[in-house]
Unconditional design. Structure first.
Length: 245
């Protein structure tokens, strides 16, 4: 897929559940048991014609077939599924993508363009993969859950990420966000998760900075549940701090 993307000058990043798995795997974390073979790849693309050219080139490799109905979906010959999610100039003012060929298909794309400048390159096996940062994953999962509240696994993923976050970023938290550690009671059972969630919120604020509308939506979503983690994420987004990086 990367060879085809390079041929068309397409930049991409891994999103969704597979990005979650790569984030956990590359940090040697064993705290996440659920795995997926379905891949979401966000591709920065200018218009529908180019998107279809990329799809046709992927099919022409002989490794993929395209779903006739869900036209963003490809099936790999190994049995895996890939959703090629377009964002960027192809979006309209409402942040939607309307595809017309080979049939009409519409996607809502809030957040994907905002995450793009913050992608991380993670090594998994012999691959170096452009991957959504964990703060971006939390943001996109909040949006996904809000759109489809029955997707309770999005809530589980958010909790698992935050619970693992301190171990992943302890050095950075001590050196750059120590003030957050002093804001919570060390005797609180949620002490580390609250610290982690507030730091996630600080970094999410940077992702959301270009879009006041999206920031407002995320804050409204976080206000829907009195979960200590969600309250701390909201605090991190809303605070005015010079320690953001």
């Amino acid at each position: 897929m990367e060879a085809v993307f390079s041929q068309f000058g397409i930049e991409y990043y891994l999103a969704g559940a597979f990005a979650r798995d790569v984030q956990f795997k590359t940090r040697n974390s064993h705290s996440f048991a659920r795995k997926t073979n379905d891949i979401d790849l966000a591709v920065c693309i200018s218009h529908e014609d180019k998107y279809n050219e990329v799809m046709e080139a992927l099919v022409a490799t002989g490794s993929f077939t395209r779903d006739p109905d869900e036209i963003i979906k490809l099936y790999h010959r190994s049995g895996g599924e890939v959703d090629l999610i377009p964002f960027g100039e192809i979006e309209n003012k409402e942040r939607a993508v309307h595809l017309t060929k080979p049939k009409a298909f519409t996607l809502q794309m809030p957040g994907f363009a905002e995450v793009f400048p913050f992608i991380e390159q993670l090594k998994s096996g012999n691959l170096v993969i452009n991957t959504c940062p964990v703060e971006g994953l939390v943001m996109l999962k909040l949006l996904s859950w809000h759109d489809k509240p029955h997707r309770t696994h999005d809530l589980e993923d958010i909790d698992k990420i935050i619970d693992a976050y301190f171990d992943w970023n302890a050095d950075e938290i001590y050196s750059q966000h120590f003030d957050v550690m002093e804001r919570y009671d060390t005797g609180d059972l949620n002490y580390l998760s609250k610290i982690s969630a507030q730091v996630v919120g600080r970094k999410m604020r940077l992702i959301l900075a270009p879009s006041a509308e999206l920031m407002e939506r995320i804050l409204k979503i976080l206000s829907m549940r009195e979960n200590p983690r969600w309250v701390a994420i909201k605090n991190g987004i809303m605070e005015n701090t010079n320690s953001e990086k």
